[in-house]
Design a protein around this ligand. Structure first.
Ligand code: IPM
Ligand code: MG
Length: 360
């Protein structure tokens, strides 16, 4: 959901190119924003932040508090990717990406799953009209909130505990956002709760109760409930049934990878981390792809889709729609495939094609 357009239409954008192919795709996203600013009279002031594996290996820096404060003052953030092959898995992800989500309380993770015309989906006989829904993933709690510990670590009697944190406030603000979003999207007005009430007797019970209670305020929205395992199956078999899905952090992480592959893969999938009352950060959801780093082979379309979501969030509707139209045009008419190295063009050529489609 977008905010009011700023009167002067000049936006301070924080860039976090990050690791691997992150910088390459951020460059293309910025190229598109610059083309937008020429055509639509919008201004962007970019500030780049040097966060990621290289910085961490150089001086141990992950996400310092003063940087968080600086990021907080900006209108929107654009992140490339976090994750480095020479750093133990988890350190950068938790220390930077998840920490950004927590520190800025970006409690909504918005992940559209849309199949554009001309894009290959591994689902047989599914058309663009069949794959058009959005996942609203809770982004600040659940299994990601990190409670737990070891007991007798490294011994045969070892115990590992991993807790899921679900607060009434946290669940409610996410579910309410989902109802509002569903109403505003005005497509099928159908909201699905994804949980696991048959096993997670406490966590899913809270989600289910909140979902039912809030429905009283949204009688125009039709609701249904699905267990996460069944929902994974239905996303493959009958994706056309979905409109808006709301779920917790971990289930949202998992089902949006299925979402990404059925919409054409990591080359196109983007997401927004949003605090509707505060900051927002947009990202391609594919990761740092170390094996493609610096080769100009990665598809920047996911990053450009993230830019489109950012414009939408900033309330620059006309610009957002123009970028969306340009993305659709290029994927349909120009790209041979959305996969890295198989697009028929280099990373920067794909950015150029989008700019041409925007301005030509
Ligand atoms: C995502 C990613 C992250 C997550 C990882 C990199 C920590 O998979 O944004 O979906 O689990 O949230
Ligand atoms: Mg994920």
């Amino acid at each position: 959901m977008e905010r009011e357009t700023k009167k002067d239409r000049t936006y301070a954008i924080g860039l976090i190119p990050g690791d691997g192919t992150g910088p390459e795709v951020v460059t293309e996203g910025v190229k598109v924003l610059e083309a937008i600013s020429n055509r639509f009279g919008v201004g962007f002031q970019f500030t780049a932040f040097d966060l990621g594996g290289e910085t961490y290996m150089r001086d141990g820096t992950l996400l310092p508090d003063p940087v968080v404060e600086q990021l907080r003052s900006l209108d929107a953030l654009f992140l490339g990717a976090i994750g480095h092959p020479d750093v133990k898995p988890g350190i950068l992800e938790r220390g930077i990406l998840l920490q950004l989500r927590f520190a800025l309380d970006l409690y909504i993770n918005l992940r559209p799953v849309v199949l554009f015309p001309g894009v290959f989906t591994p689902l047989k006989n599914k058309m663009p009209e069949d794959i058009d829904f959005i996942v609203i993933r809770e982004n600040s709690e659940g299994m990601y909130a990190g409670g737990g510990g070891f007991f007798k670590k490294g011994t045969p009697d070892e115990v590992a505990l991993q807790e899921s944190v679900n607060t009434r406030k946290g669940v409610e603000r996410c579910v309410r956002y989902a109802y509002e979003y569903c109403r505003k999207r005005d497509r099928k007005k159908h909201l699905t709760l994804c949980a696991k009430t048959n096993v997670l007797a406490y966590e899913s019970d809270l989600w289910y109760r909140v979902f039912q209670e809030l429905h009283d305020s949204y009688p125009d929205v039709e609701i249904d409930y699905q267990h996460v395992d069944a929902l994974c199956m239905w996303m493959i078999k009958n994706p056309e049934q979905f409109d808006v899905i709301v779920t917790n952090n971990l289930f949202g992480d998992i089902i949006t990878d299925i979402g990404a592959i059925i919409q054409g893969g990591m080359g196109i999938a983007a997401g927004g981390n949003i605090n509707p009352e505060g900051n927002a950060m947009f990202e391609p959801i594919g990761g740092s792809a170390p094996k493609y780093t610096g080769l100009g082979k990665i598809n920047p379309m996911a990053a450009i889709s993230a830019v489109q979501m950012m414009l939408d969030y900033l309330g620059e509707d006309t610009a957002a729609q123009a970028v969306l139209a340009a993305i659709k045009k290029v994927v349909k008419n120009d790209l041979q495939s959305l996969s890295a190295g198989r697009m028929g063009y280099s990373t920067s050529e794909v950015g150029d094609l989008v700019v041409r489609a925007l301005t030509g």
